[in-house]
Design a protein around this ligand. Structure first.
Ligand SMILES: O=C(O)CCC(=O)C(=O)O
Ligand SMILES: [Fe+2]
Length: 434
């Protein structure tokens, strides 16, 4: 199943006129300075009631009245604050302070609880990786959350693991899955969380709208899935299976790698991989808004946001689900009805590795798009809810054009890149249950 590394060196670039805009509790965007215009930022951050931008020193940056642009310095990080959120935050704090004064008289111990409640209301996001606690990755620890509006404003080192000892930092602030567990507190917290969730959705809609209006596709033909994009090793077994209905015919497309159900397969032709990679680089070079694909990858791109939703819906429904229904029934593989499609990018001066985690998916497909690199292998250490598999150690060296499929809760990480740049397409397949 080996495939030669023929894709030429398309470096995972970072735009030089890009700024990082961090919104308190609502994630992070990368955006070119020419788009840092008041109206655009108000849309992207849904702050129509007023917008405040501060630099890393806490100094407020004022919009240039002539151009309506914020004079932001490339490669710097700024914090975007909605005046409305600031007001409600201040109100909350005032309220907290009043309560505190009252409670100080009675009991000083509840203070920490209130801080916890407040934190959970301001950090709601929806894509996560799970992290290891003790010898087992537990849902109650940090999860790499997954949905259309995931964004964090932490860098993922705060969620990193000590992968050798299989310990995680138990205090990861983005404990999204945990929110369900922790948030059994007053009703107003749930209401606020809903508000945060819907605001994240509106922010995503604003990004998608801006991208669909302004992005000029480089290879428009690759946005509609065609069987011509597939490798014969992938599509022929499917065609055969459609005729015979014999599972064994379908499974000829896959190469079983472990007893824990990791499979390798070829899916797209190299030409398609190359075009997709070029499209992603082309998009990144426009400086249009890029949200982080999840809690751990800083430099990826969400493909659903740049126009590939229908493509991946077709791929999921008409092709990948054939496999997941057979291989991963136990993990909802037979009722997958949602996905989150993104690329992760590693580069020597940017993210080089990915900490030990599990995905917020039922089944994950991971395809190496390019370009030239050494290092960066993927390692697996057993499935979360199967302790008997935890002694597993399986390492896989990515090759361009080659894909893996595995259970989402199969614990894994990516070793450090040693040279070049690596871009992988990740497809988190999920049972949403509509
Ligand atoms: O770097 C890779 O190939 C894996 C990425 C990954 O596991 C993830 O984004 O969840
Ligand atoms: Fe992962």
């Amino acid at each position: 199943m080996s495939i030669s590394n023929t894709i030429n060196s398309l470096a995972a670039t970072t735009l030089s006129n890009e700024v990082h805009l961090v919104s308190l509790g609502y994630g992070e965007l990368r955006l070119a300075t020419q788009y840092c215009e008041r109206k655009t930022l108000e849309d992207l951050f849904q702050t129509e009631d007023g917008l405040i931008i501060v630099d890393s020193e806490g100094e407020e940056i004022f919009v240039d009245p002539k151009t309506n642009l914020y004079p932001l310095e490339p490669e710097n990080t700024y914090t975007v604050i909605s005046e409305k959120d600031l007001e409600s935050d201040t109100e909350d704090n005032d309220l907290d302070e009043e309560e505190e004064e009252e409670e100080d008289v009675d009991d000083e111990e509840d203070e920490d609880d209130r801080e916890d409640e407040h934190e959970t209301t301001t950090t709601t996001t929806t894509h996560s990786h799970g992290h290891q606690e003790g010898s087992q990755l537990k849902e109650e620890t940090c999860a790499h959350t997954h949905s259309s509006c995931c964004q964090h404003n932490d860098n993922h080192s705060s969620c990193a693991h000590d992968e050798e000892s299989e310990q995680n930092h138990p205090c990861c602030p983005h404990d999204h899955d945990n929110e369900e567990v922790v948030l059994n507190e007053p009703q107003h917290n749930h209401t606020l969380n809903n508000q945060v969730y819907f605001k994240l959705l509106r922010m995503r809609e604003a990004r998608v709208e801006m991208i669909s209006r302004l992005y000029k596709r480089l290879h428009p033909e690759i946005f509609t899935l065609s069987e011509e994009f597939f490798e014969n090793d992938f599509i022929e077994p499917i065609r055969q299976y459609r005729k015979t209905k014999q599972e064994k015919d379908l499974l000829k497309a896959l190469n079983k790698l472990t007893d824990t159900d990791i499979y390798q397969f070829k899916i797209f032709k190299l030409d398609f991989c190359k075009k997709l990679l070029e499209e992603i680089e082309n998009f990144k070079n426009t400086g249009l808004p890029i949200a982080r694909p999840n809690s751990m990858n800083n430099y990826g791109v969400v493909l659903d946001e740049i126009g590939f939703t229908q493509f991946f819906t077709d791929l999921r429904q008409n092709y990948l689900c054939l496999f997941t229904s057979i291989l991963y029934k136990q993990y909802y593989g037979d009722c997958i009805d949602g996905h989150h499609a993104f690329v992760v990018q590693y580069k020597m001066d940017k993210d080089k590795e990915l900490a030990f985690h599990y995905d917020e998916s039922d089944v994950t497909v991971n395809l190496c798009l390019g370009s030239e690199f050494t290092g960066g292998s993927l390692y697996f250490k057993g499935i979360l809810d199967q302790p008997e598999t935890h002694s597993e150690y399986f390492e896989f060296q990515h090759q361009v054009g080659s894909a893996l499929i595995h259970i989402g809760t199969h614990r894994h990480g990516a070793r450090g890149l040693e040279s070049g740049s690596r871009t992988n397409l990740i497809l988190w397949l999920r049972r949403i249950g509509y």
